[in-house]
Ligand binder design. Sequence first.
Ligand SMILES: Nc1nc2c(ncn2[C@@H]2O[C@H](COP(=O)(O)OP(=O)(O)O[C@H]3O[C@H](CO)[C@@H](O)[C@H](O)[C@@H]3O)[C@@H](O)[C@H]2O)c(=O)[nH]1
Ligand SMILES: [Mg+2]
Length: 265
Amino acid sequence: MAIINSVIVPAYKEKLNIKPLTTRLFAALGNDASKTTELIFVDDNSQDGSVEEVEALQKQGYNVKIIVRTTERGLSSAVMRGFHDAEGEYLLCMDADLQHPPESVPDMFDNLRNHPFVLGTRYAPGVGIDKDWPLYRRVISSTARMMARPLTTASDPMSGFFGLQKKYLLDPSAKDIDTQGFKIALELLAKLPLPADQPIGEIPFSFGVRTEGESKLSGKVIVQYLEQLRELYVYKFGANNLLLFLAFWIILALYVVYQLFCLVF
Ligand SMILES: Nc1nc2c(ncn2[C@@H]2O[C@H](COP(=O)(O)OP(=O)(O)O[C@H]3O[C@H](CO)[C@@H](O)[C@H](O)[C@@H]3O)[C@@H](O)[C@H]2O)c(=O)[nH]1
Ligand SMILES: [Mg+2]
């Protein structure tokens, strides 16, 4: 049967998460949707047994493959590589570490049938972020989210759980996608020629905690995010709009001070 749905998972040293993610994902999809869905890990030469793990799952009949990159590194560029290699018309991106629930994938794909872009959101009634997610990550995440406000109306543009219809990626006007850093959803929301009259879909999900492996977020990723923001502000508002930048940096500084004040007192 032809592949309609593709799930892309950027992965670096995620061997222990590959099997639970694969089995939970295909169980959630059920028999029919499993026949038309492929799962693609894009691994940056982890050399931790991830390849062998995927081969074992293939032997069990799962439609899963792994692309191993040896000359490139980075979450966003791995996602874009997976999107371009995918056979499906409907593309979904999720993390390997089970912080994004595989059980939400069927809802995400259903939503994509009627929306050009779908975002898994942690900011909706009834869902949230696991209480064990470190406080400093919450502060970084909500600050980063606030700074993206002028660029998109999406409730959670920091989310790494999102999907889109492939035709928007193939559109000739989809250009200049910057693949530095972690925030590929924000980049695509800001730059893809998504139709203005069709809202993006949002599917609430609860963000879990990683139980195997380690987060790859680093100071470098935070700096890359600030550079990406600067570039997106210029892309959207023009290079001369310095006042806007300044206003945002000042608001940000006040916000960070406020958050730190709340932490201390
Ligand atoms: N191929 C590849 N994959 C990578 C790389 N860096 C990270 N990944 C993969 O990208 C996924 C997310 O990485 P984490 O290290 O688990 O990120 P996080 O700190 O939990 O951040 C996640 O949550 C954020 C929300 O606060 C998201 O914004 C972010 O995109 C990501 O989904 C994991 O599957 C990880 O293996 C890389 O250089 N190369
Ligand atoms: Mg993670």
